[in-house]
Write a protein of this length. Structure first.
Length: 276
């Protein structure tokens, strides 16, 4: 039998659907607690060719290890309350801990828990799921230029944000032929689910050292951008006189309002809708 030469052109593997629930308790009695619920996906790339071509598992970082790493970092990371920083922390760890790992990818889906108001005051430790939208974060950390020269990419957004307006939407002057039964309307109900993504322009620096991540947050202000993105999206949806779903999908006021907020230049993000 002729020998077959096998070349591994690319590889990536990891652990998906790691469920995390974390309670952050205040250092002083009687303070507000914080609850976090994440679904985490952690993937790596690197020098794993022999595990595919020679059944050599000596370099394989097991998915069990990845799952437990997520749990340990959820407990110990000082950045866990900010999904982008938590994902960067995890991905940076995978690239710097294992010499043969060149890239790491971490996705964090953050589920919504809001404080229950009691007589107009937010309760300290009681929460309600008051919406099914999810805050999404996708991080790539690239160590191919060296473990001390990590390059990070961060894309975040909102998924499954359900919105409705009972007026202020129309659909007229569309193409009609013998197969068309749709009646033009100048005012109608408009409801859709919004997926929103924005990409951060990270400063040019090496954040191989974990203590640099807080400085990165000062520059990017991840939580502030997330809140602003949702606020502007809802505002534009509410006030825009929509001529069609397509027009709302790329409405100039959306980009204008978002970029005219009080965000710093590094926070200004391009926004993309996916309307369903």
């Amino acid at each position: 039998m002729a020998e077959v030469n096998v070349v591994l052109s690319a590889n990536r593997y990891g652990k998906d659907k790691v469920r995390v629930f974390r309670i952050i308790r205040p250092s002083t009695p009687g303070g507000k607690q914080i609850v976090l619920e994440y679904n985490v996906r952690l993937m790596i790339e690197g020098d794993f060719e022999t595990s595919y071509t020679q059944a050599d598992n000596s370099k394989v970082v097991t998915t069990d290890t990845m799952k437990n790493t997520v749990y340990v970092f959820a407990k110990t990371s000082p950045h866990v309350a900010t999904p982008e920083l938590f994902a960067l922390h995890l991905a940076s760890h995978m690239v710097t801990k294992y010499p043969h790992v060149t890239k790491a990818f971490c996705e964090v889906e953050s589920l919504k828990w809001s404080r229950i108001p009691v007589q107009g005051v937010e309760h300290k430790h009681s929460f309600v799921r008051d919406g099914e939208e999810k805050r999404m974060t996708s991080v790539e950390v690239d160590g191919t230029q060296g473990k001390d020269k990590l390059v990070g990419k961060v894309t975040s957004g909102i998924q499954d944000l359900l919105v409705l307006k009972s007026s202020g939407s129309a659909f007229e002057n569309f193409l009609r032929d013998e197969y068309t039964t749709l009646i033009p309307v100048s005012d109608r109900i408009f409801s859709t689910s919004v997926d929103l993504t924005y990409t951060f322009s990270l400063p040019t620096l090496s954040f191989g050292a974990i203590d640099k991540l807080e400085g990165l947050d000062v520059e990017a202000q991840f939580n502030r951008v997330a809140a602003s993105a949702k606020e502007v999206t809802l505002e534009v949806f509410a006030v825009d006189e929509s001529a069609s779903v397509q027009a709302s999908d790329t409405s100039p006021p959306l980009l204008g309002v978002f970029l005219e907020t009080s965000l710093t230049p590094s926070e200004k993000q391009a926004t993309l809708y996916k309307m369903a």
